[in-house]
Design a protein around this ligand. Structure first.
Ligand SMILES: Nc1ncnc2c1ncn2[C@@H]1O[C@H](COP(=O)(O)OP(=O)(O)OP(=O)(O)O)[C@@H](O)[C@H]1O
Ligand SMILES: [Mg+2]
Length: 242
């Protein structure tokens, strides 16, 4: 039997309401992230990319549809269980880095392990190893503001990997970086994916960034489907209905 995908969403819809205005940000998205895959989702601004990531992580409640993690349904579980699921199994990398400004690079990477109640020595040693992996062992004591943008994003990637996540969710991780630094960050993500088997779901509007993935899909007005022009064919890991 084929292994369960790490994450699977079926018929995912999300409607935002603001007074009389309703926005259908997701309209029946089917998404499969196979174990170990690097899935990139492209789409124009407002197509629902961030909404998709937040809904998959339980940070937004879908209006309809289901999310399964390694075959187990996550829908309807309490906020506390969603939070525990995220701490154990997910890593997050955001466009704006989102490092804690008063913690050093090392302490930022230790933080997810502190939240999991791991021994301080384990937190420290894992943070050291991850900072070395992203090429920043010599910046462990620096605060985020003492690091360049590219270095901050590498610390954020190290932090996202601290809990050895099954799935790393990335929202425009190269959006604030110039092209050379963006290329380095994409190479790092692809390397981490290849060597550790951590699956990655990355949303981006950059075709260059999307090309780093092993699976490419496209989102438009809340519907997933047709690949953008020139994208290589993959086994349709993302489809839409309705
Ligand atoms: N909290 C909210 N309340 C109401 N509407 C929202 C909310 N968040 C997003 N939207 C709307 O939902 C749609 C999808 O937004 P989303 O942020 O998911 O797009 P995106 O693809 O991530 O765009 P970008 O590339 O600009 O980040 C947009 O039309 C947006 O205006
Ligand atoms: Mg967005």
């Amino acid at each position: 039997m084929a292994a369960e995908p790490v994450l699977e969403a079926r018929g995912l819809s999300k409607q935002y309401r603001r007074g009389d205005v309703a926005v259908d940000a997701l309209r029946g998205v089917d998404l499969v992230v196979p174990e170990g895959a690097f899935v990139t989702v492209t789409g124009p601004s407002g197509s629902g990319k961030t909404t998709l990531l937040l809904t998959l992580a339980g940070l937004l409640k879908p209006s309809a549809g289901t999310v399964r993690f390694r075959g187990a349904a996550l829908d309807g579980q309490s906020d506390a269980l969603w939070a525990r699921f995220r701490r154990r199994h997910l890593g997050f990398v955001m466009q704006s880095f989102s490092l804690v400004p008063y913690l050093s690079a090392r302490e930022n990477v230790m933080l997810p392990l502190a939240l999991l109640g791991r021994a301080r020595r384990e937190q420290y040693e894992r943070a050291e190893a991850l900072l070395a992996r992203v090429g920043l062992e010599h910046r462990a004591l620096h605060l985020p503001r003492e690091l360049s943008a590219g270095q901050q994003q590498r610390v954020a990637i190290a932090r996202a990997l601290a809990n050895a996540p099954a799935l790393l969710l990335a929202d425009e991780p190269t959006g604030n970086l110039d092209p050379a630094l963006a290329g380095e960050v994409l190479e790092l993500l692809a390397g981490v994916n290849a060597e550790s088997g951590t699956a990655i779901l990355m949303v981006t509007h950059s075709p260059q960034a999307a090309a780093a993935g092993t699976h490419r899909v496209h989102l438009d007005e809340g519907r997933a489907g047709a690949r953008p022009e020139g994208a290589p064919a993959t086994a349709g890991s993302l489809r839409s209905r309705g």
